[in-house]
Design a protein around this ligand. Structure first.
Ligand code: AHR
Length: 494
């Protein structure tokens, strides 16, 4: 591998290390919020969960959905809690108590030092509810909705910067599912009104729910035809899973993500060309993760229950490797992927799990996400890599070495993130890093495990990283052994 200071891909927008909390399963209730829990603060938020989220340094949290938002009346979640209605949530067939709503969530976000990426309902609702929500959240005072917020105890506006125009509107499962033209027109008009209330906001239009949707690419092109001048981002969502228990193929799925990112950039730039526009639309990968372990269990959930254990994937070591590769894929396109949200954050397909009245604990995927978020800030660097390759059921030329580097000029540090996809062999990494004169290895973190199906549970952490990697630098050459099936973080500094 050759790594040079000048091989700049682009400045990383910290928002690519965002996450997501939806009113779904036990994400909100029994996740971030559990009054009566020994660690609950005065508002009922679990401080043990807050501590774990802080370790991840999550800069942005998408809220309140997801599929949930397409049937959500935001007005149900503000004002005195005793007056808030219980509603059927048709997306997840549960009952929503509305105990937590916009203001409480903004309070929680402050406690974890994160911004909120607020989604508006473009399923059952539209322009009016969306512009009112912007006025309620962001307008200082002197209007009906801003004064209502003040009367609810929130004198200062929330100043929410990033907004999603609906969720997965291309999917037939979505409440109020639309064609690309129907959605594109509605999104454009909604965006206009929201911006007329607050011109400083940034807007994300819905792209496809995944790259395998029949309407993929045509959807993006049509939506952007309508919205190009009114939005800043187009969204991408994807979830992977090792359904066939084929590890080589599973670990190669980040190549699908690469292709997805590439195709959306190409489509957005095609519309830019058609419009002779000077503006560039960036990408918001606002849902990504592994999701498949809980699919069968979810079929047993009692309809209309409150905060049932939905989408509670128990992640394995191999999932952590793929999550590492997905992070690498996004950092590699840091020039265009400017927002991303690991879906989700607590209990629901999440790095953090909680036990009612008990412990909060870390899933294996916690670690690559934490390493990237904490150490991956700066400029993404492209490395020239020559790696042995393999073929799998769905992919050809899959490099065993998956890697990207991040250069932080301010701190004089370079962090190399690398996955070894080889199932039996250590990879011997040799990197020419001559442009980083005087840099030494600060730490070589490794996440490895002999059992690819190893999981963590309450009070039993089988999958945890160690810092015993053997990376070293000599005469501008870095050498390191990357164990078979491992996630590596090599930290260099002066
Ligand atoms: O994150 C879980 C769900 O996945 C979201 O609600 C939806 O947007 C997607 O299909």
């Amino acid at each position: 591998m050759t790594l040079d200071k000048e091989f700049k891909i682009g400045e990383i927008d910290n928002r690519i290390y965002g996450s997501f909390i939806e009113h779904l399963g036990r994400a909100v209730y029994e996740g971030i919020y559990e009054p009566g829990h020994p660690s609950a603060d005065e508002q009922g938020f679990r401080t043990d969960v807050i501590e774990l989220v802080k370790q991840l340094q999550v800069p942005l949290v998408r809220y309140p959905g997801g599929n949930f938002v397409s049937g959500y009346n935001w007005e149900d979640g503000v004002g005195p809690v005793a007056n808030r209605p219980r509603r059927l949530d048709l997306a997840w067939r549960t009952t929503e108590t509305n105990e937590i709503g916009t203001n409480e969530f903004m309070d929680w976000a402050k406690k974890i030092n994160a911004e909120v990426n607020m989604a508006v309902n473009l399923g059952t609702r539209g322009i009016d509810a969306a512009r009112n929500l912007v006025e309620y959240c962001n307008h200082p005072s002197g209007s009906y909705w801003s004064d209502l917020r003040i009367s609810h105890g929130y004198k200062d506006p929330h100043k929410i910067k990033t907004w999603c125009l609906g969720n997965e509107m291309d999917g037939p499962w979505q409440i109020g599912h639309k064609t690309a033209t129907e959605y594109g027109r509605l999104a454009a008009e909604t965006a206009k009104s929201m911006r007329w209330v607050d011109p400083t906001i940034e807007l994300v239009a819905c792209g496809s729910s995944n790259r395998h949707m029949k309407t993929f690419a045509e959807w993006e092109a049509t939506v952007l035809e309508h919205t190009y001048d009114h939005v800043d981002f187009i969204s991408l969502h994807t979830y992977y899973g090792n359904r066939d228990n084929d590890l080589g193929n599973y670990l190669a799925q980040s190549l699908d993500m690469d292709q997805f990112i590439y195709s959306v950039i190409a489509t957005a730039d095609y519309i830019k060309a058609k419009k002779r526009s000077k503006k560039t639309i960036n990408l918001s990968f606002d849902e990504w993760n592994v999701w498949f372990h809980s699919n069968d269990a979810d079929k047993q959930i009692e309809p209309w229950s409150i905060a049932p254990p939905q989408l509670e994937d128990i992640y394995t070591f191999e999932d952590a490797l793929l999550v590492g590769s997905m992070l690498i894929s996004m950092i590699k396109r840091a020039d265009r992927v400017k927002i991303a949200c690991l879906a989700q954050l607590v209990n629901v397909i999440a790095p953090i799990m909680t036990e009612k009245g008990g412990e909060a604990w870390k899933q294996p995927i916690f670690y690559p996400y934490m390493h990237a978020s904490v150490l991956g800030r700066g400029v993404a660097l492209n490395s020239i890599v020559s790696s042995p390759k393999y073929d799998s059921k769905d992919f050809t030329d899959v490099p065993y070495l998956d890697t990207v580097s991040v250069y932080n000029e301010e701190n004089d540090t370079v962090t190399i993130f690398a996955v070894n996809r080889h199932q039996t062999d250590t990879l011997s990494l040799q990197a020419d890093i001559r442009s980083f004169e005087g840099y030494k290895v600060v730490e070589h973190i490794v996440l490895e495990n002999d059992d690819v199906k190893a999981t963590n549970q309450i009070n039993r952490s089988n999958v945890v990283p160690h810092s015993n990697g053997d990376a070293s630098v000599d005469g501008g050459q870095l050498t390191a052994h990357l164990p078979k099936l491992s996630w590596n973080v090599i930290r260099l500094g002066k």
